[in-house]
Write a protein that binds this ligand. Sequence first.
Ligand SMILES: Nc1nc2c(ncn2[C@@H]2O[C@H](COP(=O)(O)OP(=O)(O)OP(=O)(O)O)[C@@H](O)[C@H]2O)c(=O)[nH]1
Ligand SMILES: [Mg+2]
Length: 445
Amino acid sequence: MRHSDTIAAVSTPPGIGGISVIRISGPECSKILEKIFKSRTPVKEVKSHHIYYGTIYNDNLLIDEVLVSIFKKPNSFTGEDVIEISCHGGTFVTQSVLNTILKNGARHAEKGEFTKRAFLNGKMDLTEAEAVIDLIHASTKHSLEAATYQLEGKLYNSINQILEEITSVRSEIELDIDFSDQGLEHKKYNDYLSILKKIKSKIERLTSTAHEGLILRDGYRVVIAGPPNAGKSSVFNKIIENERAIVTDVPGTTRDYIEEDIALEGYLVKLFDTAGLRERADKVERFGIEKSYKILKNANLILWVEDCSVSRETTIPNFEGIHVISVLNKSDLIKKAEEINKDSIFVSAKTGDGINKLKKIIVENIDVNKDDVAIGLITNSRQLGAAEKSLIAIKQAIETTQEKKGLEFIAFDLHEASEYLEEIIGKISNEDIINSIFNRFCVGK
Ligand SMILES: Nc1nc2c(ncn2[C@@H]2O[C@H](COP(=O)(O)OP(=O)(O)OP(=O)(O)O)[C@@H](O)[C@H]2O)c(=O)[nH]1
Ligand SMILES: [Mg+2]
């Protein structure tokens, strides 16, 4: 999977801007620059980590005035020779500079190819590469924070530490294999057992962070549900501060669910408005209700909205393990709302009363531990899948030790546990996994 050619792409977003940056990486950087760039300093004499002013020529045709930044290997983003050309930000100018580079020996980069090269050249591990894309897509303070920690290598460090512990106990066990015909002391097995249990709890901690990692990266899923006409869509609109959902006095107005991303105190919240749940419904509404149930199953939090002017008794269905907050809407229609039902939050989508309090309660329910974020979180299902497999292998190692089945077998289980952890950081990986990760990037990154 090593690459030896030179790649180039526009690294700034498409469209017109003040400047565009074109990135080139690979062994031909200097040769290409010599052919297309004229400046006071001859290209042969340019120094790494310096910026040069000059002009780009396509044959003898002047294309643009530019600034060229030089990064010589290995001290660059990709670990190869890298040049970044800042040209004027017009679409045509940028394309012309890029075409000139391509004509003179570079190949157009594929999606994420610069970051992929950084990974292949040992500039970053796989979790850090994934953090680069999360960083680009981060839309809130906390998702950015999580991606930054990951980019700094927090997850990598946590995993590496566990790997070291596994390797250390494994080499001890392998040494003991040579003496095992003399019978291993009972005490030694117990020592191993306690070490393995400690490792197991560290991997468990790691897998338990996935829940938080996914919330930070993909958002905390809050679903508004309840009987028809309770004012669910009105509450939804009020929370997102936009008349997004259709509101009418006809029960069964919302058919298909609606989803909107909002930022609440730095957290990304995915808010869903769903069709009112009721038994008697026409065909279209029934489809909507089925979809409501599907969305509800994957919720992190449910806001069960009812109309307090109709009924003062809440009738919340059981949503197996998902936390439900009872919201009584239309508080403007009744007097002294709070005194009636202390377990519910009273709001009025009409006057906006109680909506800020509701938002606060949503944030309070986001169960993300700041310490976990700083230690390093699992942030995607690829990482989680591998961590879970590693956990199974460690549990197997513990069982093998308890049953004194033989040291070779413990060593084998430990080897497997290591392999899965190594898969997370990309120490061992197959081409499919790597390609699927970098395909999520945009061209130029
Ligand atoms: N007085 C008062 N009326 C409200 C309030 N919130 C909603 N309504 C009215 O209640 C009716 C139903 O509102 P919707 O938001 O469409 O209710 P829904 O729960 O989404 O209804 P379905 O989509 O049909 O399930 C509309 O006529 C709204 O104007 C409120 O806080 N106070
Ligand atoms: Mg509705």
